[in-house]
Design a protein around this ligand. Sequence first.
Ligand code: CDP
Ligand code: CDP
Length: 205
Amino acid sequence: MSFTVAIDGPAAAGKGTISRAVAAHFGFAHLDTGLLYRAVGARMLDGLDPVEAAETLDPADLDRDDLRRPEVAQAASKVAAITQVRAALVDFQRAFAARAGGAVLDGRDIGTVICPEAAAKLFVTASDTVRAERRYRELAEKGIETTFDEVLAEMRERDARDSERAAAPLKPAGDAVILDTSQLSIDQAVAAAIAEIDRRRAGQG
Ligand code: CDP
Ligand code: CDP
């Protein structure tokens, strides 16, 4: 039987970290849907038309080493506002969500557009300064040269574009549980997510 967990939220809120832990805990497959948009954005920076880049996206494109770079994040959020780009990526995401054994998908529109019938929906968020601090540390550890102020500005610009676009904007689904991780350790955030999914599983059984 399929069981889909939708995890949405703004940049660096902890979606990926929570999704990976949830997937490991329940034995679900995990798809970071941001990687799809980052890969399309990276191909646009290579000179491709973004719609063509989305329609011809190859699994190998998701393994590119440059996908975590801030300029690729910006390009991702630009291509993500194009309706035809989003449309080209829907089937792959829905097929992933429906796989037997359960799946967790994280992104911006999983609970609202991709999987409105998801069994559990979390909207993970945190203050923008906390998120920028976390992302700044991550980039520094990867050896990507930047400053806290640059990261904060990049994230605010991207969050605003993601929230204000007409196509599948970033917003919590009406039935999503909001998880603010500003004051939570990773273990606390993961425990809260697992508790919510357990509640949903009990309700379904
Ligand atoms: O996927 P998303 O962009 O939402 O965030 P992430 O990559 O999972 O998390 C961004 C950074 O915040 C990672 O380095 C996490 O280790 C860290 N972090 C967290 O996710 N949750 C906390 N409660 C504290 C730190
Ligand atoms: O890790 P972080 O939260 O910073 O970004 P990401 O999840 O890798 O997403 C990069 C960009 O892709 C976002 O800023 C969105 O514009 C776009 N995206 C989207 O529109 N819909 C999704 N389901 C996932 C990502």
